[in-house]
Design a protein around this ligand. Structure first.
Ligand SMILES: Cc1cc2nc3c(=O)[nH]c(=O)nc-3n(C[C@H](O)[C@H](O)[C@H](O)COP(=O)(O)OP(=O)(O)OC[C@H]3O[C@@H](n4cnc5c(N)ncnc54)[C@H](O)[C@@H]3O)c2cc1C
Length: 497
């Protein structure tokens, strides 16, 4: 079978994939895949901002490192935390100067920096409450100008194999005009997996529909090391709406600007659990407090209230949140809004070193699918966009430094045919229900043990039953594989205690 050759294959067009492409040498031939339209990704959903030491008169690297380690329960990789914190400001500056990203400014023109939970200083650069969309669209505009980069929308990487010299990819591309899906075959010397998180393994998540852990599954099956996949962040304040699986996030910055958390009796409870940090304790701590308060009151009703702040300030600072919540029937300038914790972020992933390289030569991972160890057991708010920027640039620099010359446009490789029997319905729903019961904020070990048995059966079924290679099959296999690794780790951690 013939595979069309590129120097670098980047899987994902979120901030980590695109920033890698922008930093790769212009003489490299690059192919970028995006499972759906370019802006359907977690990057475009980011509200709060990017954390970095941008005002040295009031902040320093040591403080940012310390805050990151405290939030991460000191389970962070200190060397990579230093890289993140010390190199991060350069990348944030580059976003503005080179790529035209528009961050909010103070009257004197300096960056308007906000505060979020776990940060001891105002250090979060933001664009109102739509920071991710602003960065993502600015970077997309730049990458579309590059003649060495080919971007294919609606293209799903379904299989990734490796020979001694390079990687071979089976990609299903939506032929939108013809209304059918075609297999296309590509090969590359280097592959950057930038496929995002695993939120869709849960019933309720803030993540976009693409977050099915495909990159993690593909890397795992190639023999890459996967680390700390059970380090999952549950954000304390998603809009409480059991009808929608994709939960709307109420940014931590709302608490950063003074919002209170209230229980079912509309009483503020965080000062009882966390007298000093109160609502601005790190996310895992606040989510835990909500679960404790639920036990104490017997009610899962919780509220977030910023109505004591000036109405114009709320509308100007959080225009997107204000309008979304208003659509749902709540005016946050006048009343409290219903919230509840929700799956939000993955700290673990494909294990990489300080240059974003995995244990497989030529395979890199960036952004939420990677495990650099910078977040430890719990991510400090707004450190993930920074991680996506810093480590995807380092990957690009590593690839640039090891460029090979290969003039072939096509390479032969014997990949098996993608045919097979159709996938049965209902597996994804079953996986989501299992995960929601087995591990939500805290593990439920009884459910996790039962869940792991069933997930192991499903994994064997998907690995060995000869199903046809389709996007649905790949996403299902990815969700099952991620659920399997997460629950296995949960049970191993229980047994280590
Ligand atoms: C609601 C929300 C708010 C957030 N707010 C913040 C914040 O304020 N600050 C912060 O630092 N972080 C925030 N985060 C986290 C942050 O946005 C993400 O961690 C980060 O953007 C992930 O970027 P990424 O490039 O790794 O993945 P993504 O942006 O999710 O991109 C993944 C890409 O991979 C592609 N893909 C996946 N599988 C395949 C496949 N099989 N084939 C082809 N393509 C594939 C997708 O199409 C997509 O293009 C937030 C997250 C959410 C969900």
């Amino acid at each position: 079978m013939k595979f069309k050759r590129f120097d670098v294959l980047i899987v994902g067009t979120g901030i980590s994939g695109i920033y890698a492409a922008l930093n790769l040498s212009p003489d490299l031939k690059i192919l970028m895949l995006s499972k759906r339209e370019l802006t359907l990704c977690n990057s475009a959903l980011a509200q709060g901002g990017v954390a970095a030491v941008m005002d040295p008169s009031n902040d320093d690297y040591e403080l940012h490192i310390k805050d990151t380690l405290i939030a991460g329960q000191y389970k962070n990789n200190l060397d990579n935390v230093k890289i993140l914190v010390q190199q991060g400001p350069k990348d944030v500056e580059r976003l503005v100067e080179k790529y035209g990203v528009d961050f909010d400014r103070n009257e004197d023109g300096s960056l308007a920096l906000t505060l979020e939970g776990g940060h001891s200083r105002r250090r979060i650069a933001h664009h109102k409450d739509t920071t991710g969309f602003e960065i993502e669209t600015s970077l997309i505009e730049q990458v579309q100008k590059l003649t060495n980069v080919t971007v294919i929308n609606n293209s799903v990487l379904c299989r990734l194999e490796r020979s001694d010299e390079m990687f071979f990819a089976d990609v299903i591309v939506d032929n939108v005009e013809g209304g059918k899906k075609d297999h296309e075959y590509y090969c590359a010397d280097s592959v950057i997996l930038a496929t995002g998180g695993i939120g869709r393994v849960y019933d309720f998540t803030t993540n976009s529909a693409i977050a099915t852990g495909d990159g993690i599954q593909l890397a795992y099956n190639l023999g890459a090391e996967i680390k700390n996949l059970s380090y999952i962040q549950f954000h304390p304040t998603a809009f409480a709406d059991k009808k929608n699986r994709e939960c709307f996030l109420i940014s931590e910055a709302v608490r950063g600007e003074g919002a209170y958390l209230l229980n079912c009796n509309k009483e503020r409870f965080m000062p009882r659990y966390e007298p000093e940090r109160k609502e601005l304790a790190p996310r895992d701590v606040v989510s835990n407090c909500i679960m404790e308060e639920q036990k104490a009151t017997g009610s899962d009703e919780f509220w977030l209230d910023i109505s004591h702040k000036d109405t114009d300030f709320i509308k100007n600072r959080f225009p997107m949140i204000y309008n979304k919540v208003l659509e749902k029937g709540y005016d946050m300038t006048k009343e409290s809004i219903p919230i509840y914790p929700c799956q939000h972020y993955l700290m673990g992933g494909i294990n990489v070193d300080g240059k974003g390289a995995t244990n497989i030569a030529g395979l890199y991972a960036a952004g939420e699918c990677s495990h650099t160890g910078v977040h430890g057991a719990n991510r400090l708010a707004s450190n993930s966009l920074l991680e996506a920027l810093v480590f995807s640039r380092l990957i690009a620099e590593d690839i640039n430094a090891h460029k090979k010359t290969d003039v072939r446009t096509e390479v032969d490789y014997p990949m098996s045919a993608p045919d097979g029997k159709p996938l049965p319905h209902g597996i994804r729903t079953e996986v989501r229900h299992i995960m929601q019961k087995a591990y939500f904020v805290h593990p439920n070990y009884g459910e996790a043990e039962k869940g792991l048995q069933r997930i192991t059966e499903l994994k064997e079924q998907l690995d060995n039953s000869g199903y046809a290679i389709t996007p649905e099959f790949v996403e299902t296999k990815s969700l099952v594989t991620c659920a399997y690794i997460i629950l296995k780790e949960v049970m191993e951690r229980k047994n280590e205690k």
